[in-house]
Ligand binder design. Structure first.
Ligand code: LRH
Ligand code: MN
Length: 410
């Protein structure tokens, strides 16, 4: 296997003059795994639970640690509160250090009513007509920041399922004002070195409007909040055929791009494996990211939030996440191959043919051996998925956890 890998790597590397720089960037690149996507999710119609799922935060971190051991590119976990409230901080932090994991952005949850909750979010949270409900939602977000500070996280992601189901149900202007005022109170509670990510979403089934519906509305909030506020792009949160790579280019140009929840979708917020439906779009997004980050001399690995947001129904969650990270590494490597000088020349000459040839030459370059080489050099497996199966990992997890263990989350 190693010889076969070397043969493939030497073949593709032969034609690339900045191969070592590309490998360096791939080695430094890490993706945060969502704590809510380590079990099988389900849809509103049904949940077909998996087996050997992590039943608590410790087991979730062990699963992410396993992914990171295999691909050396999953060195962070993003927690969702209250699904993942740590019972013992020192234990969780030492386990994270042992597994080589950082705590990425924390996620609040005012889209469900918790048993212990006094007031309902049925008609929204930050937008709610009742000041008491807004206050309850603000306090929850401040509590999430405290959990994050204790763990060493540096960001809070706010996704609001706030909106309306029927015309006339909501005063859009007042809903925006209430949401902004609520976000301003959360913003005021942010430590100086923290960021707040405002995640937008165009719709959910049953909705007529959402109160943070698109990048424009999210940017409006982020600009009114201040320089610690940014717009988070979840790939599945757009209306059909939205040009996401253009949105990314403009948010990056404005210095207001928080980062991403990577996944893929055919229709709605399907939360499918990254690159499983629209790999060319994923490449075009990474192409804009490399161009835009270099234009601002940003550090690729650390200046944006690289997170996955997925849910699993028919795939093993860990295999699905391994495929998602691989798809991101492949698109990033292909984007790093783009000859930007030649592309700029073609654009200056309005030569659309040459521009497409330059982009698709990179997109059609099989970079899997380069991604594997970066992994091998950082102590990972040549083929993480193959090794995961060869080691009968899921079977082992079932032995340890039993087949009935169910993960909290989606
Ligand atoms: C909303 C969302 C958000 C999370 C949730 C689990 O669709 O993308 O990022 O809070 O999924
Ligand atoms: Mn998301």
């Amino acid at each position: 296997m190693l010889a076969e890998h070397k043969r493939k790597f030497d073949f593709v590397a032969a034609g690339i003059n900045n191969i070592e720089a590309i490998i360096r960037k791939l080695i430094d690149f890490n993706v945060a795994v969502p704590s809510w996507a380590l079990g099988t999710g389900g849809t509103r119609f049904g949940r077909f639970s998996g087996v050997g799922e992590p039943g608590n935060l410790t087991e979730k971190m062990e699963d992410v640690g396993l992914l990171h051991a295999l691909n050396r590119s999953s060195g962070a976990i993003s927690l969702h509160i209250p699904w993942d409230i740590p019972e013992n901080y020192p234990d969780i932090k030492s386990l994270a250090a042992q597994l080589g994991l950082k705590f990425d952005a924390m996620n609040s949850n005012t889209f469900q009513d918790q048993k212990s909750q006094e007031l309902s979010y049925k008609f929204g949270s930050f937008q709610h007509v009742s000041k008491a409900v807004r206050k309850q939602a603000i306090e929850h977000n401040v509590e999430v920041i405290k959990h994050g500070m204790a763990l060493g996280s540096k960001a809070l992601t706010v996704w609001l399922s706030d909106g309306s189901c029927f015309p006339g149900q909501l005063n859009f202007r007042k809903a925006f004002q209430n949401t902004l005022e609520s976000l301003q109170e959360v913003y005021a509670a942010l430590p100086s070195d923290w960021k707040i990510f405002v995640e937008y979403k165009s719709y959910e089934p049953n909705f007529y409007s959402m109160t943070v519906a698109d990048w424009g509305q999210s940017l409006l909030y982020a600009n009114k909040l201040g320089n610690k506020a940014y717009t988070l792009v979840d790939l599945g949160h757009h209306l059909p055929n939205a040009n996401i790579e253009q949105i990314v280019a403009l948010l990056l140009m404005e210095g207001k791009l928080a980062g991403f929840h990577f996944n893929d979708s055919k229709y709605g917020d399907d939360d499918l494996t990254v690159g499983s439906i629209k790999p060319y779009q994923l490449f075009l997004i990474f192409n804009e990211l490399v161009e835009g980050m270099d234009a601002r001399s940003m550090d690729h690995a650390n200046d944006l939030g690289w997170m996955i947001d997925a849910s699993h129904n028919v795939k093993d969650p860990l295999e699905d996440l391994l495929q998602s990270v691989e798809a991101m590494m492949i698109s990033y490597a292909q984007a790093l191959l783009v000859d930007r000088t030649k592309l700029n020349e073609a654009q200056q000459k309005n030569d659309a043919v040459a521009a497409q040839e330059i982009l698709q030459n990179s997109f059609r370059t099989d970079v899997r051996a380069i991604v594997a080489e970066a992994r091998v050099r950082s102590g990972g497996a040549i083929s993480p998925l193959q090794l995961f199966r060869q080691m009968k990992t899921r079977e082992q997890l079932i032995k340890e956890r039993g087949s009935k263990a169910l993960a909290t989350g989606l």
